[in-house]
Design a protein around this ligand. Structure first.
Ligand code: SAH
Length: 450
């Protein structure tokens, strides 16, 4: 049994845990922040680091505040609610800096790194919720995964969303319990309900609900339709206008399968981004915090010269960026791997009468050299750019390259390759806080061909 030790927290790691040192060894302490003096018990020892459980705060950091959510610490959705917002921004700026230094091996003093752009909302900003169904002591639960396990925290509030989301979660959970609707059991691969997805449109105030199910049929559509109708009279600002099932019969941690089926209202909700309207489906990508995301899109647009011939928008999703920047070029070509997203991108271009945008279903890795774009935009998922994509960029050799990233580690890795091997120079890096209360940070990077 270990004794309590006294620790001074000197940093916060990329998972939001406090970092201390004891006899030269690094210790990670969940719940602690830079500037805290704490008592803690070592609970795990690895070769290069230990983990400790905080047992008390001896002197609180000046950056420490009381988290507003009662689930904070257990729920894995937020990591930084106990940190003042200014300190969150500083933390994210440092996260970007450290990755550029350690992973990218850049001399940070020589990089054009701007201060992070804050989010106008610090709570209630998320337009999408994804909650797994599960059991606790044989009772159905619906919530978010625990911070450090696959247990589900049976939430009764979440401050990252509009309060109407909570109404829906409480009501769906109750309907499941009252009607004994079977929950999916991953270990046995039986049962029905896997996930609840809620999406909102900030512009039309529509809500979309999707139940991900382990079945091609859904015997509860009438029950839920009635439930949603009744719910609408209780919601304060939004209205449910679309309800679907998504069938996922695979043994997989991935949330979605391929098949969506509407059972109530409309198939899509509609969101406005810039001057364009976009159809929103449960299983396509859209930035979760739109207001600062639009700031980022505007920032990108300002950097693109007028009258370009061809712009390539890789990882284009539902065509958000393509349409946003369409009037900068003769043609914009979007490439996207998600079939539903490509279909929606084509429809979005059509519905917005944006005739110069083309969308191709396929992987960014597989694009061929049939275009000569002056500008390439890449906005990949967390794993960053595949070697094949980096090779293609080198061959295409556009004058300007814009990289939008949600993972500073893979961004730093790719920037090393783009600058060392592909002849690019970084002209700007600007972090954007699209995810307050979490450890996530978005970055905008502009590069130009030397
Ligand atoms: N630029 C869009 C979407 C960015 S999210 C926006 O701002 O809304 C990243 C997108 O990349 C997702 O839509 C995902 O489906 C897609 N994607 C993931 N892997 C891909 C690949 N290998 N090739 C092309 N698209 C991919």
């Amino acid at each position: 049994m270990y004794e309590d030790v006294e620790l001074e927290i000197i940093d916060i790691n990329s998972e939001g845990q406090g970092v201390a040192k004891l006899s030269g060894k690094v210790i990670f302490v969940p719940g602690a922040i830079t500037g805290d003096k704490i008592s803690a018990r070592i609970v795990g020892e690895k070769k290069n680091f230990s983990t400790a459980k905080m047992t008390g705060i001896i002197k609180a950091s000046p950056d420490r505040i009381n988290p507003i959510c009662s689930h904070f610490g257990k729920c894995g959705s937020c990591q930084l609610q106990h940190l003042k917002y200014e300190a969150q921004l500083k933390y994210k700026q440092q996260l970007v800096t450290k990755n550029l230094q350690r992973v990218g091996k850049f001399d940070i003093t020589a990089l054009p790194l701007n201060p992070i752009e804050a989010s106008d909302k610090q709570f209630g900003y998320r337009n999408k919720a994804q909650l797994p169904f599960g059991h606790q002591h044989k009772v159905p639960v619906l919530g978010y995964f625990h911070a450090r396990s696959h247990e589900i925290v049976n939430v009764h509030q979440c401050h990252l969303h509009h309060p109407d989301f909570t109404e829906i979660v409480l009501s769906v959970r109750q309907a499941v319990i009252d009607n004994k609707i079977p929950i999916y059991l991953p270990e046995k691969h039986v049962g029905l309900l896997r996930h609840l997805i809620i999406r909102e449109s900030s512009f039309t105030k529509e809500l979309q609900i999707c139940l991900v199910i382990n079945s091609y049929t859904f015997p509860y559509s009438q029950l839920f339709s009635k439930n949603f109708e009744a719910l609408n009279s209780r919601l304060s600002e939004y209205q449910i206008t679309s309800a679907l099932t998504n069938t996922n019969m695979a043994k997989t941690p991935h949330i979605f399968g391929d098949k969506n089926k509407k059972f109530w209202g409309n198939e899509f909700i509609s969101e406005k981004i810039g001057d364009h309207f976009f159809r929103v489906a449960p299983n396509t990508f859209m930035q979760v915090n739109l207001s600062p995301a639009i700031k980022l899109y505007n920032h990108l647009k300002e950097k693109i010269p007028d009258n370009c011939q061809t712009i390539l928008d890789l990882y284009c999703g539902i065509g958000t960026i393509s349409l946003f920047i369409a009037d900068k070029a003769q043609q914009v070509i979007g490439v996207e791997a998600n079939k539903q997203a490509v279909k929606d991108a084509k429809n979005n271009a059509l519905n917005n009468v944006q005739t110069n945008c083309k969308f191709i279903h396929g992987k960014a890795e597989d694009i061929h050299n049939q275009y000569s774009p002056e500008v390439i935009i890449v906005d990949p998922p967390r794993k960053g750019l595949e070697t094949k994509v980096l090779r293609s960029i080198k061959i295409f050799s556009p004058k300007l390259l814009f990289y939008i990233s949600c993972n500073p580690a893979t961004l730093a890795r790719d920037l090393r390759d783009l600058t060392a091997n592909c002849g690019y120079k970084i002209t700007e890096i600007t972090p954007f806080d699209l995810f307050p209360q979490t450890t996530h940070v978005e970055c905008f990077v502009a590069l130009s061909k030397q």
